[in-house]
Every structure is written in structure tokens, then in C-alpha cells.
Design a protein around this ligand. Structure first.
Ligand SMILES: [Cu+2]
Length: 126
């Protein structure tokens, strides 16, 4: 009697398990980087960045080519670990993956004159 009960239980268990696996759908869309590269050319000058708003999609690989046209500036985005010195007349390239969404400030990290503290912009990740 016990044996039969055991077998029935096992059969039911097998049914439940197979039912579950049968219902399993394809995994949800991955949140891994899309691999898309978004390139921007940015000009740094006393005392602004041009453009000062950069919009990308979450997962994008962001490539920024930043040129200082006057004095030494810096370019930092704390949330993405970006810190770059911008030598006058040179173009520096910064690359990172925008793996979180939100609005993140970027700013000049080298004291470059009286308007330095206002030299900032925004990275928008959708
Ligand atoms: Cu500055």
C-alpha cells in the first residue's frame, strides 16, 4: 500500500516538474550592453562644454572626443569613474559603458579660471 502511494506521489511530482519546465518561456531580454557605440565631439572652453547635454541609451558604449580650445580643463563623471585632463589644443578620448540610467552631472575637474565652478553639463542615460 505504501509503495503504491509512493509511486503515485513520484508520478505527481514528475508531472509537476515537467509541467513547470514545459511552461518556461524564453529568458527575458538581456540587460547586457547593447554594444551600440555613441560618439560625441565636445568642445571645452572657459567656461562651458559644448554641447553640455549628452543623451544616450542605457547599455550604450559612450565615446567622447573632447577638445580644449583655450586652457587646460578637466572632464569628470563621478558615477562612471571618468576623469580626464584636457590639454589645450588637444583632443582626448573618453570611453565608458552607460550601464545605469539617470541624469549624471559632468564637470570640469581642473581649476581653469573665475567661472570654473560653473563649467558643467549633464549626461542623460535613458
Ligand atoms: Cu575648470
Amino acid at each position: 500500500m505504501k509503495k503504491i502511494l509512493c509511486i503515485i506521489l513520484l508520478l505527481m511530482l514528475a508531472l509537476v516538474v515537467s509541467g513547470c519546465t514545459g511552461q518556461r518561456t524564453t529568458p527575458p531580454a538581456t540587460t547586457a550592453p547593447t554594444g551600440e557605440i555613441k560618439e560625441f565631439e565636445i568642445t571645452a572652453k572657459q567656461f562651458s562644454f559644448e554641447p553640455n547635454v549628452i543623451t544616450v541609451n542605457k547599455g550604450d558604449r559612450v565615446k567622447l572626443k573632447i577638445t580644449s580650445v583655450d586652457v587646460t580643463h578637466g572632464f569628470s563623471i563621478n558615477e562612471f569613474g571618468v576623469t580626464q585632463n584636457l590639454e589645450p589644443g588637444k583632443t582626448a578620448t573618453v570611453e565608458f559603458v552607460a550601464d545605469k540610467s539617470g541624469t549624471f552631472p559632468f564637470y570640469c575637474s581642473v581649476v581653469c579660471g573665475s567661472g570654473h565652478s560653473g563649467m558643467k553639463g549633464q549626461l542623460v542615460v535613458k
